[in-house]
Design a protein around this ligand. Structure first.
Ligand code: GLN
Length: 562
């Protein structure tokens, strides 16, 4: 049987330098050589999944088709590799510890002393193997979250070491490190990377390749220094300066021959010559776009201290980029805090200066009235609008209040006792909340929706001739798509008829027509106004921009020409 190959990727010096993008890019260039890639992300936190975390803590919560709530890097992998990942592609310390402790409680270890440094390591390894088996891939790339030297991820590095010990020819280590250029001295420093290598050595492993992240390219002298110090061939030190777009990173790696280096280290013969034509074309489009398209995102999770945390909406941003690149536009995205509309620090007329407005998903009551005001403004001023999940629910609340005369319309998420709950809790959620069952308990993952003909949604999806978003790839009626969800509330069925009578089109519904999945306004009353109960931002990729994002950006461009 052909031996499976593993690439373990660890970070050095600090987080946030693009380890996930490096993994996705390595995957991409190996995929372009004909190998099937299985990316795994390991997160060192004790949360069993990412679902219970405030996005300010750890960035966006990405949702897989299976419904698993996980790290945003999984989104990068899917967007780069165009694969649908499984729950097995993700693990956290919490997941691993929980399994081991539950097994111990049921006498699964036959009276043995259960210890982190064996049982946790073995459980991590068996999860990796389970993922390999399910994926049918040739090469697995395991990204170990955090930086090397932390207590939190040490057991995973130990698992990687064990794997290498057992399969010396099938495992390599990549260190993604950072080389700072302190402003005061203006010189690139290698010392932190040297320490990171030494820390890796203390775990009994040495990096085979170093991805040297920095603002600027690495020069020969520093490359030599790292190579000599780290006992690594000079050619295996890859300079990875900041790129104009993350999608350029695989092309930069390819330029250095990183694909050949990795394949040689893994004793693999390349099956085909690299085929990155489509990818290169999109990157070219991104870099050469001369016109802008300006979009406001109205949210509330992006301020952290004095900094803006755009990671919280990363899939939304990337989806906007994909669509803009496809349409030869440079996306200019601006963050507007809904609270500023609420307390009138921001004038609503500001919205006129944008080509389109998007309200992404969210939770709770803070900033909600500000979002509703903004939605009312864009509806009344014919500004293209795209609402995602909460962005759809709030659009309906706004419509009910101002077009249907239901002045106190609300969602029970904001006001539990509201008389007119046009958005209400999903029946199956009531019990879960009553017993504080908040882990992985929302309506999660991929569900089908049937589309109504002659609507914005229908036209956008049915324009995808490869049937990419339709269930079973089928393009026949009833045209049924599947998209990923993450919500506890829904359009209250008691108000559907009233909405429809008042001019709202529900262009997507669950097959039994109980759940309203897409709402829109007729094209003769507003140029582009659409909301989805699901999250389309989780299913597009650079090579396959999501059709609804493309339709939205098209409408934004049309507004420019008005
Ligand atoms: N808070 C809303 C709900 O739970 C919307 C969720 C979201 O935007 N992801 O239904």
């Amino acid at each position: 049987m052909k031996k499976h190959k593993f690439i373990f990727v660890v970070g050095g010096v600090m987080s946030g330098v693009g380890k996930g993008i490096a993994c996705a890019s390595i995957g991409k260039i190996l995929q372009s050589r004909g190998f099937r890639i299985n990316p795994i992300k390991i997160d060192p936190y004790l949360n069993v999944d990412a679902g219970t975390m405030n996005p300010k803590e750890h960035g966006e919560v990405f949702v897989l088709s299976s419904g698993l709530e996980c790290d945003q890097d999984m989104g990068n992998y899917e967007r780069f590799l165009d694969v649908e990942l499984l729950s097995e592609n993700y693990m956290t310390n919490g997941m691993v510890f929980k399994t081991v402790i539950d097994r111990e409680r049921s006498l699964g270890y036959n009276g043995k002393c259960v210890e982190p440094l064996f049982h946790i390591v073995e459980e991590s390894l068996s999860r990796i193997q389970a993922s390999v088996k399910k994926s049918g891939a040739d090469i697995t790339i395991v990204e170990i979250g955090g930086t090397v030297g932390e207590y939190q991820n040490a057991l995973f590095v130990e698992a990687a070491r064990t794997m290498k010990l057992r399969n010396p020819n099938d495992v390599i280590f990549v260190l993604v490190s950072y080389l700072p250029i302190p402003h005061m001295i203006g010189e690139m420093k290698t010392k932190p990377t040297q320490y990171a290598i030494r820390t890796m050595n203390s775990y009994g492993v040495n990096p085979d390749i170093i991805i040297a992240r920095a603002e600027r390219p690495l020069d020969e002298q520093r490359k030599r220094k790292i190579a000599d110090f780290g006992n690594i061939p000079y050619q295996h030190i890859i300079s990875a300066p900041d790129a104009d777009t993350i999608y350029e990173v695989p092309l930069n790696f390819e330029k250095f021959g990183l694909d050949d280096i990795i394949l040689r280290l893994l004793h693999q013969k390349s099956k085909i010559k690299s085929d990155m034509i489509g990818w290169r074309k999109m990157v070219q489009k991104a870099k050469s776009a001369s016109k802008d398209v300006s979009i406001a995102i109205i949210g509330k999770y992006f301020k952290t201290g004095d900094y803006v945390l755009s990671d919280v909406y990363i899939s939304v941003i990337e989806s906007l980029k994909h669509a803009a690149y496809l349409l030869d536009r440079n996306p200019k995205i601006e963050w507007l805090d809904s609270l500023d509309f609420e307390n009138q620090e921001q004038s609503l007329a500001r919205l006129d200066t944008f080509n389109g407005v998007l309200v992404p998903g969210g939770f709770g009551s803070r900033g909600i009235e500000g979002k509703i005001k903004a939605i009312q403004y864009v509806r009344e001023h014919a500004i293209p609008y795209f609402g995602l999940c909460y962005g759809m629910q709030l659009a309906l609340i706004e419509y009910a209040r101002h077009c249907l005369g239901i002045e106190d319309a609300n969602t029970t998420e904001v006001n539990r006792r509201t008389k007119n709950a046009v958005v209400d809790i999903l029946p199956e959620q009531i019990e879960k909340i009553a017993v504080h069952d908040y882990g992985a308990s929302m309506r999660l993952g991929a569900y089908p929706a049937v589309l109504k003909k002659s609507t914005i949604a229908y036209d956008a999806y049915s324009g995808q001739k490869d049937g990419r978003w339709s269930v079973g790839g089928k393009l026949t009626e009833p045209y049924t798509i599947h998209e990923r969800h993450r919500h506890r509330y829904e359009v209250n069925p008691e108000y559907i008829a009233q909405f429809e009578k008042g001019g709202v089109i529900f262009s997507g519904t669950s097959p039994d027509r109980v759940l309203m999945e897409i709402m829109e306004l007729p094209r003769n009353t507003h140029p582009f106004f659409i909301g989805t109960q699901f999250h389309p931002e989780f299913t597009g990729s650079l090579l396959h921009p999501h059709p609804l994002f493309t339709a939205f950006v098209e409408a934004c461009i049309a507004r420019q020409d008005m």
